[in-house]
Ligand binder design. Structure first.
Ligand code: NIG
Ligand code: FE
Length: 411
């Protein structure tokens, strides 16, 4: 099956195959081609160029994109999209004055979601999760990193990871799996943190590795959750099974987690709503990419990650949703891109780079996804007729997408 997209008003994010991430000042450039075409064969972009140079109109399907933009589909490098139920009651509790931390201390929060998930069958969990996956695909997301971490027992963590595996097998969207057993301390281990870490290291990790259920390992490095010593233990144990770190760090408190993650060659450090100069120093010269989650800041009314500061320091930045029931019940990358421009003062070029190629880098798939490059996967968004690409983040909250193509398939 081949698809030819013609008369594209502007084709965005055209990159050479050698560019795997964009840093600093470069992030303000979005290479593009006006009046362009793209040719897809099966799941691959095989050609693109100016309409004047279009040699063949021979394709199984032709899409006329007059007045429309084409860009790579979003790469959402940080989600917890596999979860059971919702936490809308906690949302109302927060409106009525309780803080996110207070709710967690009362046994709500992550433990609340874990209880629900433990009591949900694998089939039902798959059903609830895939409804969300289908929804975000329609919103233009073509690659999703998904974390475990709402199980907190060996059985329930494996259940989550098996659901993630099944999503990978049954959907065209690219999936990467992350084991986040160290997301919160389960009640059973309330006074025995080392006991839970041992359970992760000695029971969960070997089984996950045996079934090949995860690409990455994550831990929630935060006061009241897991400290630097715990991070050291978990990341060291993960390495034995070739699990590369991606870590939740600096959401509420900054105390050295970023430098430790960089030391462990983490692929990404995510959240960073709190950031100090040592964190920036640690990231400089490393291969670790910072990931900002502006929808989480929006929903919890916490500070936004200082993305400007990171980019101005010459660093790369990725944007992701953090889709989860507690801090971000939304998987809409279009909203993330808008919010990054509006609240973090990223330019549209920076935000689009952060949500496409840099997102792909943050989930280890930039050789195949994140840009319009010959040989990369055919994951594309065709917008509605819009005046220009600035209009996408500018006219926030509206759906500007006409067609989504994932793995060469029209969604
Ligand atoms: O990334 N910060 C830790 N984990 C999730 C939210 C957890 C929850 O509230 O369920 C996050 O925001
Ligand atoms: Fe998260």
């Amino acid at each position: 099956m081949s698809i030819l997209i013609t008369n594209i008003k502007e084709l965005l994010q055209i990159r050479d195959a050698s560019v795997l991430k964009i840093s600093g000042k470069e992030m303000n450039t979005l290479p593009s081609l006006k009046n362009a075409y793209v040719l897809i064969d099966h799941d691959t972009i095989i050609d693109f160029g100016s309409m004047e140079d279009l040699k063949t109109t021979d394709a199984d399907q032709t899409i006329d994109a007059t007045g429309k933009l084409v860009l790579p589909s979003w790469c959402d490098s940080h989600t917890h999209i596999v979860y059971a139920g919702d936490r809308s009651q906690e949302f109302v509790d927060r409106i009525n004055g309780l803080s996110y931390e207070e709710i967690a201390t009362r046994g709500g929060g992550i433990l609340n979601s874990a209880k629900t998930l433990q009591n949900t069958s694998e089939e039902e969990l798959f059903k609830q999760s895939t409804a969300r996956v289908k929804n975000v695909m329609k919103l233009g997301t073509g690659a999703i990193e998904i974390k475990s971490g709402y199980g907190l027992t060996p059985e329930a963590e494996l259940k989550m990871l098996r659901v993630i595996k099944r999503i990978r097998q049954e959907f065209p969207v690219k999936i990467r799996a992350t084991f986040l057993g160290a997301h919160a301390l389960p009640l059973l281990y309330k006074n025995n943190k080392q006991g839970y870490l041992d359970l992760i290291i000695n029971t969960m990790l070997p089984q996950i590795a045996k079934e090949n259920l995860a690409n990455y390992i994550d831990i929630f490095c935060e006061k009241g959750y897991f400290d630097l010593d715990d991070v050291e233990q978990i990341l060291t144990a993960g390495k034995q099974y070739n699990l590369i770190p991606k870590i939740h760090v600096n959401q509420f408190n900054a105390f050295g987690g970023v430098a430790l993650a960089v030391k462990h060659e983490a692929l990404s450090v995510d959240h960073l709503e709190q950031l100090n100069i040592e964190d920036i120093k640690a990231l400089k010269g490393s291969n670790t990419i910072p990931v900002a989650l502006p929808s989480c800041s929006y929903f919890l009314s916490i500070p936004y990650t200082p993305g400007r500061q990171l980019i101005d320091a010459g660093l790369p930045l990725a944007l992701a949703t953090d889709y989860n029931p507690g801090s971000t019940p939304s998987g809409n990358m279009n909203f993330v891109v808008s919010t990054a421009c509006i609240k973090m003062k990223l330019t549209p070029e920076e935000a689009i780079n952060a949500a496409t190629l840099n997102g792909a880098y943050a989930m280890g798939i930039a050789t195949e996804y994140g840009s319009v490059t010959k040989g990369k996967k055919a994951n594309l968004i065709i917008t509605k007729e819009v005046p220009n690409y600035n209009y996408l983040p500018y006219a926030f909250g509206d759906n500007h997408i006409n067609t989504v193509i994932i793995n060469g398939e029209i969604i």
